[in-house]
Structure formats: structure tokens, C-alpha cells
Design a protein around this ligand. Sequence first.
Ligand code: Q46
Ligand code: ZN
Ligand code: ZN
Length: 304
Amino acid sequence: MKCRKCSRPAVINMRHHKLALCEEHFPEWFVSYTERAIGKYRMFRRDERILVAVSGGKDSLSLWDVLLQLGYRADGLYINLGIDGGFGYSRLSYEKVQAFIGDRPGVQLHVVDVAALYGETIPEVAGRKLRGRGKPCSVCGLIKRHEMNRIAQEYGYTVLATGHNLDDEVAVLLSNLLHWQTGYLVRQAPVLVEREGMTRKVKPFCRSYEREVAAYALVWGIDYIYEECPYAVGNLTNFYKDLLARIEMESPGAKLQFYQGFLRAREEGFFCGEATEPPPMHPCPQCGQPTTVPDLCAFCRLWT
Ligand code: Q46
Ligand code: ZN
Ligand code: ZN
């Protein structure tokens, strides 16, 4: 397979784009494809300050790298979840983030250590709250969302960017459709607009296949943690990803069509109705972050 642009050997063949590119032209294309997604979905402007949530994985580190390459003012946020999994998952992932900034003098990284701040790691607080039943993911997601928004608000970032890729988005979409979670479907978008006390959230890789992001990290020399979080192994999202991979194999471009078709249907009002109105919010009396529940928010109730 040869590169479409220069005829040298291709490092990736993207059947859905009918495009094969070499190690020089693929990273160039990938960066400009991301920039087009940022523009198409009006994610942010040139003058905005962006906080990138980084986990040490390929998606978030590649996203940070691409935004810096494009000249955006992008800082990082690493949240130490205190997850070990028998191989020091959190420690290793932090090392990857540190190596990333070591190669890029001048970039700023915020670090939040959950156990140091709140007295318990994610597995500890989840074990206490869930009484040892089930995985800590719901608690972990809640804490990450809270901390990301807190840091963004405290330091005046107008945009919070995450590395969710197309494979992540279609797996969630399939799950939401299977269960007809209309409330979630309404909110599943490349941009979640800001509200009082809530920073805008964006996903610049939402149209990029996971293998494209992985190829970018590999070709561009971004060192990342290969291991998944130990709690992600065998979860339902990965099962949906496997199913979608089989569909994609038979029908190249199926994931992208599924996602873009959904966004179009959303735009055309397919999911309109009461569910499109965001529920009213008020500031939590303890932390001040917006919440829909009366009295303390779900995050603050974790620590009571
Ligand atoms: S939610 Fe669950 Fe992830 Fe938290 S505990 Fe690990 S798998 S990191 S995206
Ligand atoms: Zn080429
Ligand atoms: Zn609160």
C-alpha cells in the first residue's frame, strides 16, 4: 500500500476515508482533520484557554500534543485516582504524563491527588460507598467530572477537552440506544455547552477512529501507558466496542456513519422534547458546584 500523497510506503490505510498515508503525511493529515472537527462543531476559539484532561493514555496525550501543535493555549490536568491493579496503574500513568511534559518545556500541568485531598483513593471511597459490590467506575466518573470542572473554574479555563475518540462515542451511543436513554442521547455531543458554574466540554477526537489516534501516537513518538485501567477490563463498553469492530470489518466506515448520522438526527430535532431542556440546577451549599439534587451534591455526599 502506497501513500496517496507521495507514493512512499503507507503506515495506515483508512478504508473509511479511502486514504492511505505514509509516516510523514499521516500525522499532518491527522492534525488538520482534528482542526477541522474543532471548527465544524465550533468547539473553541483561538483566544480561549483550554484544560486537557490527561490520563497518560494515547488519546489524551495525543490530544494535548495536537492542540499544542495547532498553537492553542492548552494546559493539562492529571487526576491521581490511586488505582494500583497489581501493576501500579496510576503511578505508571503519571510517569507517562511527566515524560510528556518533560519533552515540552513551558507547558503547564495541574495535578490533583484524590487521596491527598479527600483522604481516600478511588477504590477506597468506592468500596466504602458501594459496600464492596460492583466496580468503582460510577464513583470514579463522578469524582473526575467534579475535579475537572473545579480546576477549570478555579483557574479560569473556558474549555475542558477530553480525548474521547470515535470508538468511545459509538460504544456509548450503542449502549444509550439499546436502553433508549433519551436523556443521555440528548446530551451526547461533541460539545456540551457551558452553564453557570459549569465549563464547556469538548471532544476534538470524536470523529477519529481509535486506531488512527494510536497510529498518531506511535508515528509521532508519544509514549503512553498501554495497559487499561484494571477496572475497564471486561466492562460492557469494551463488549460494545468488540461488536462494533465486527460491523466495521464487514462495512468500513460504519462507525463513522453511525455517529455522524446520529449527530444529524439530533440536529434535525429527532430527540427533541422535554428531555432536551436541561434540568434546573442550584449551587451545592458545600462545594458551590451546580447540582440538580436538593442540598449537597453527589460528590460532597461521597465524603459524609
Ligand atoms: S471509570 Fe472505571 Fe475508568 Fe475510573 S475506575 Fe478505571 S475504568 S478510570 S475511564
Ligand atoms: Zn506520503
Ligand atoms: Zn458539593
